[in-house]
Design a protein around this ligand. Structure first.
Ligand code: MN
Ligand code: MN
Length: 468
């Protein structure tokens, strides 16, 4: 029997802002999120690197009827095209009913993730172990990357230019690789180091072999046997490490976490957890009012540099070429476009509350997170989306039942981070940051809530379907 609400309770309901768990209103939402995340976990397991994500994405796009973009072609409304940028980033678009000069709706996420890149001259033998030297990519807490199984992914080019795709450590029965750490019994000296130096950059050396080649006449016999095995599998020599991009990534697969299975633990949620929902929303979009453009980009973790990062012109060249073939003004197109710059944010962690400001934090399970601004030290480097744009997006999310929350990444002056938002806004395109909140962000095993992944999808889809 429900008691009648008091005047104060009614007033509180009317005036106060609250943000409950995103699945609380309807249990069916949690089930829908669980179903949605089956595909997401497969995406994670098939996409440990930006190259892997790109080839898996192209496969999904082709299955969904997308065809390679051909510059100079005037596409009809409803046409679906994709552009594979050098095997490391991909653009997918569905042509809308409105002219391109009225703008496009863009969802952008990144698919590179923090990892350990193999150096150009990596292989050496020391004390009868063969090891690979690495240089970490992106922001990593180095002590988290030792004593954990690693897989090697990437490409090598032979002297004659033949490309070899390398992947070791993912298949059942594959060997894995590992960086060692000291045992506690001998850790006294290392324990005196600051946590940030607990493991130093030049200590991130991966053990790849321990058996000597059976000929005592040669030196570095363990290294030689490792090279012989690599040569047997891939036909490569030591020289071919120079013309290679090999990335060491955690070897484990995505798993449900918790008694209730409501979280997913995996490597590389940042930012495949936004890339996958944006991709699915794009693939499901049919005959939109505005042309929809989904970008899964590279190099965000090192500042969006390089030809496959958002600081390159590749996305804007694509839009310019699309406009040119349609006889539309590209500048008008940019000025009237809107963009969701998707990237993860840090979820409030109850074990480390002092890093956060609780009232302006985002929480796992409360929906996709809006960041009006990112940056650090007085919003430095932030896009800072205008209130008008926050109002536009929150209205369309609300109308579509896409649960959202808003917050900052940590306490003021605690640290901060950047996203691709400013590289889109610099082209005169209205841009707002959104993303799924993550626990243990940038670690080898990050956690996200399934309901937030699903709400991110609903948010991207609402934007694609919006005729406003
Ligand atoms: Mn990110
Ligand atoms: Mn990141």
């Amino acid at each position: 029997m429900s008691k009648e609400k008091t005047e104060g309770q009614k007033l509180a309901e009317e005036l106060l802002y609250t943000r409950p768990h995103a699945g609380e209103a309807d249990a069916a939402l949690n089930r829908a999120a669980d179903d949605f995340c089956v595909g997401y976990k497969a995406f994670l397991d098939n996409g440990k690197t930006e190259r892997d994500v790109t080839s898996y994405t192209v496969k999904l796009l082709e299955q969904a009827g997308y065809v390679p973009f051909v510059p100079g072609t005037a596409y009809a409304a409803g046409a679906k095209v994709y552009l594979n940028n050098r095997g490391k980033s991909v653009i997918a678009a569905t042509i809308g009913k409105k002219p391109l000069a009225e703008g496009v709706h863009m969802n952008i996420a990144h698919t590179d993730a923090p990892r350990l890149d193999v150096k150009p001259n990596p292989l050496y033998e020391s004390s009868e172990l063969a090891l690979l030297k690495t240089h970490y990519y992106g922001g990593v807490r180095k002590y988290q990357w030792v004593a954990t199984p690693l897989a090697l992914h990437g490409v090598m080019y032979k002297a004659d230019g033949t490309q070899v795709n390398v992947c070791i450590g993912e298949e059942e029965g594959d060997p894995v690789f590992c960086i060692t750490d000291l045992l506690p019994h001998l850790g006294a000296e290392q324990n005196e180091r600051k946590l940030s130096e607990g493991i130093k950059g030049e200590e991130l050396n991966i053990v790849v072999g321990s058996l000597p080649y059976a000929d005592k006449e040669v030196k570095d016999r363990v290294k030689l046997l490792a090279l012989k095995l690599l040569n047997e599998k891939y036909g490569v020599t030591e020289r071919d490490f120079i013309t290679a991009e090999l990335e060491a990534v955690p070897a484990f697969k995505a798993r449900d976490v918790g008694f209730d299975r409501a979280l997913i633990g995996a490597y590389g949620h940042d930012d495949r957890v936004d890339a996958y929902p944006a991709l699915v929303a794009e693939m499901e979009t049919k005959l939109p009012a505005y042309t929809t453009v989904c970008v899964l980009t590279d190099k965000e973790e090192i500042g969006s540099e390089g030809v496959t990062g958002l600081n390159s012109m590749y996305v804007f060249h694509f839009l310019q070429q699309l406009c040119a073939a349609a006889g539309q003004d590209a500048i008008l197109c940019f000025q009237h476009s809107k963009c969701l710059s998707a990237d993860v944010t840090a979820a409030f962690d109850p074990t480390f509350p002092s890093a956060f400001e609780a009232q302006n934090s985002t929480y796992v399970g409360k929906g996709v997170a809006i960041s009006k601004y990112t940056g650090s030290r007085g919003k430095g480097g932030a896009n800072d989306a205008p209130a008008e744009l926050v109002s536009y997006f929150t209205r369309i999310f609300d109308a579509a039942g896409a649960a959202w929350q808003i917050g900052e990444l940590g306490r003021v002056d605690q640290g901060g981070g950047g996203t691709v938002a400013k590289y889109v806004a610099s082209h005169d395109i209205d841009t707002m940051d959104v993303g799924v909140p993550v626990l243990s962000m940038h670690s080898p095993y990050e956690l996200v809530a399934k309901i937030d992944v699903y709400m991110a999808y609903k948010a991207f889809k609402a934007f694609n379907d919006c005729a406003e």
